[in-house]
Design a protein around this ligand. Structure first.
Ligand code: CP
Length: 335
């Protein structure tokens, strides 16, 4: 049984097949979409969402399936994931029971967790979603974990393919941007991995001290090398954006400042001039962001109002990419 937790467990060729499937599903020409019919997807959220929740529910409904949405600590019990703990705190239920129980009701489990933003190694281990995968008996889908947002990455790849004809050989720049509070690295990790797997030239720009996870970068470098492209990391935002075909904007926190919110806020202030404006798009770059975006903190109005801003197309393509993932993971029915 395959899970969609980390793209490090998938090959670029397999992901390219998912992109082809997403395009067929979007065009209404995909027999594989029938796999969603009469199926039940259980969505488990540890954090809020607008796009992820709605796009998964819409993907299921549009193809004859159903979804059940649980907000952990809201409409369901708080969940423990650690082994061997005395559960005398806030968590009334363990994933050891919750995951197999939910597996009896539905055909796949989709889970959103967030980074703790206290310990980068702990976040990289992605223990909560890994616990679901360990105890579930149905496929588990990552709806954004501490370390990756692979559904976002796949939807972004689909969007670039649609807008530019082919992603391969294009210049894809991921630029850091300021924020008001620390955020995880899951989205930039997945943007870099998807761009590398798609065969793009990848540049990552961020201030000193905002390094992404080295294991993620190493995998992206390997995929770039296999495609005959490369991955560059720079602290020069203007140079990184110059000549880019895509400027992909995302804020993330500094691992060195985890647990120090005041220092993190000061650092964001110090780098407020990394705000992305229309001029960063140069002559022809498309502007991408996963949303939600804080206007005039992360990206200026002039860039978000530019016709080259494709953030809404990106958000739509989450639905088609996720339908392709579900069609790939849900087992075929016996006839
Ligand atoms: N991009 C994204 O995952 O959006 P939500 O947090 O609203 O789901």
């Amino acid at each position: 049984m395959r899970h969609w937790i980390s793209v490090l467990e998938w090959t670029p060729a397999e992901m390219a097949d998912l992109i082809a499937s997403a395009r067929r599903i979007k065009a209404g020409k995909a027999p594989e979409a029938a796999r969603l019919r009469d199926r039940i997807l259980t969505l488990v959220f540890f954090n809020p969402s607008l796009r992820t929740r709605t796009s998964f529910e819409a993907a299921m409904l549009r193809h004859g399936g159903h979804s059940i949405c649980l907000d952990v600590g809201g409409n369901t019990w708080r969940l423990e994931h650690r082994d061997g703990v005395v559960m005398n705190g806030d968590c009334a239920e363990h994933i050891r029971e919750a995951a197999p129980v939910l597996s009896r009701y539905g055909d796949a489990l989709a889970v959103r967790t967030f980074a703790g933003l206290r310990d980068a190694d702990e976040d990289a281990a992605d223990r909560v979603i890994r616990a679901f995968a360990r105890f579930a008996t149905v496929p588990v889908i990552n709806m954004e974990s501490a370390s990756e947002h692979p559904c976002q990455g796949l939807g972004d790849w689909l969007t670039v393919e649609e807008k530019l004809g082919a992603a391969r050989g294009r210049r894809f720049t991921v630029t850091w941007a300021p924020q008001v509070k620390g955020l995880p690295m899951a989205v930039p990790h997945s943007a870099v991995l998807a761009a590398a797997a798609a065969g793009m030239h990848v540049t990552v720009a961020h201030p000193p001290g905002y390094d992404l996870n080295e294991r993620i970068l190493a995998q992206a470098r390997a995929w770039c090398a296999a495609a005959g492209t490369g991955l560059t990391v720079t602290h020069d935002q203007a140079a990184a954006c110059a000549g880019a075909d895509v400027v992909y904007v995302k804020s993330w926190g500094s691992a060195a400042l985890y647990g120090r919110p005041e220092a993190q806020a000061e650092s964001f202030q110090k780098h407020a001039d990394w705000l992305v404006r229309r001029r960063h798009l140069g002559s022809h770059a498309l502007l991408m962001h996963c949303l939600p975006v804080r206007r005039n903190v992360v990206i200026a109005d002039d860039a978000l109002e530019d016709p080259r801003c494709i953030v809404v197309d990106q958000a739509e393509n989450r639905m088609w990419a996720q339908a392709a993932i579900l069609a790939r993971l849900l087992p075929e029915r016996a006839v």
